[in-house]
Design a binder for this molecule. Structure first.
Ligand code: XIL
Length: 368
């Protein structure tokens, strides 16, 4: 049965392709449970549907909220129907996985991974090492440099080993750069020295040699300094033989940033020859935080044009570098932007009622 999420737009219903039929039959397995024994409910996939996962020629992902995935049937159906890759919005961050010194909590992340694999989706791990989302026990940890290195290495080894073979890729280090293109000072850099980044990649690679490893950061499209600092730093890691395979461009962007900034950023990052993951895409319509802004058709069209530009530009990168595009959240109703910036906003491809916005059609058009 098609969920209510789909009822308003039936434009994606057309004839089935053999690939869709295979997908549907493989999704019909109702016997799966996640590793904690909770049933992972299979989701109906519509044969022949024109969806992002069927029609975009590279993986399209979303950052997913585990509570909605477990409790909201329409959300789960939409995620499964449209996306071929999943990132956990928060349940694979260190504060969620390792909330106190002797405790690891895997249940939520395992649920998400089991769900994704049952739907034949890829899982992208987010994120191993980040200056934010640190649990109190790490902020207050007392130890010499050996103790800190052990904590750091053990955490990466434990997490990457736990998900080995199930999580395809990791944001090994998240947001290590300042806007001027130099490294931020974080708890990790203070305790471990600035070369902690290289060692994080080495430890992740030791734990899962098949995992695709990324350095993830925001703001590549906002200015040359940060992006060029990141590119040159990553090239230095590659030259040293550090196992880094790609650059994650978060791309929390705004509708009124000029086209050239997007094109230049994607093209320059692509010129490294490494894999490129647009890892947290959203295109805000209210960047100046106007509390009473009203959404208009004009704004939706401007947003659609930017989404189209991003997908089109990305699609022109060499295939082997196209790791995929992931949106940060699924619908305007679960986007992190309104809460985080305390303003109305509508940054995603689906509205809060699970309907496709003009940007959705623009994305499909971009990759035709
Ligand atoms: C955000 C989540 O979406 C929020 O729910 C949470 O409160 C804070 O983190 N860059 C990242 C993501 O790498 O992990 C952030 O996610 C958004 C910015």
């Amino acid at each position: 049965m098609v969920s209510a999420a789909c009822s308003k737009s039936d434009d994606y219903l057309n004839s089935a392709t053999p690939e869709d039929v295979v997908t549907q039959s493989t999704l019909a397995d109702t016997s799966k449970t996640d590793t904690s024994g909770t049933p992972v409910v299979p989701v109906p996939v519509i044969p022949g549907a024109v969806t992002l996962r069927n029609n975009v020629p590279f993986p399209v992902g979303a950052a997913v909220n585990i509570n909605l995935l477990q409790n909201d049937t329409a959300y789960r159906a939409l995620v499964s129907r449209e996306f071929s890759s999943i990132t956990a919005e928060s349940k694979m961050k260190i504060s969620a996985l390792h909330p106190s010194e002797n405790v690891y909590k895997w249940e939520n992340a395992d649920y998400l991974v089991d769900f994704a694999l049952s739907q034949h989706m890829r899982v992208h791990g987010h994120t191993l090492i980040w200056g934010s989302s640190l649990p109190t026990w790490i902020k207050e940890f007392k130890g010499d440099s050996v103790a800190w290195e052990n904590l750091f290495r053990d955490y990466i080894h434990t997490v990457v080993s736990h998900f080995k073979g199930r999580v395809a890729s990791w944001d090994v280090v998240n947001e290590p750069f300042k806007d001027d293109g130099t490294l931020k000072s974080t708890l990790w850099s203070q305790k471990l020295g600035s070369d902690y980044i290289a060692r994080a990649f080495i430890y992740a690679h030791e734990a899962d040699p098949n995992a695709v490893l990324f350095l993830n950061d925001y703001g590549h499209e906002y200015g040359n300094n940060k992006r060029r600092g990141i590119i040159s730093y990553v090239k230095g890691l590659v030259a040293r033989g550090i196992p880094i395979h790609g650059i994650g461009m978060q791309m929390h962007a705004r509708y009124n940033l000029d086209d050239n900034s997007f094109v230049k950023a994607i093209t320059e990052v692509g010129a490294t020859g490494l894999k490129v993951h647009i890892s947290e895409l959203d295109i805000a319509l209210n960047p100046s935080s106007n509390k009473s802004l009203v959404l208009t058709p004009e704004l939706l069209d401007l947003q659609a044009a930017k989404y189209k530009l991003v997908f089109k530009t990305y699609n022109s990168l060499p295939k082997s570098q196209q790791f995929g595009i992931t949106t940060w959240n699924v619908t305007d109703g679960d986007s992190w932007i309104p809460d985080n910036y305390n303003r109305p906003d509508w940054p995603l491809l689906f509205d809060a009622h699970y309907n496709k916005k003009p940007a959705y059609a623009a994305v499909l058009e971009a990759v035709k």
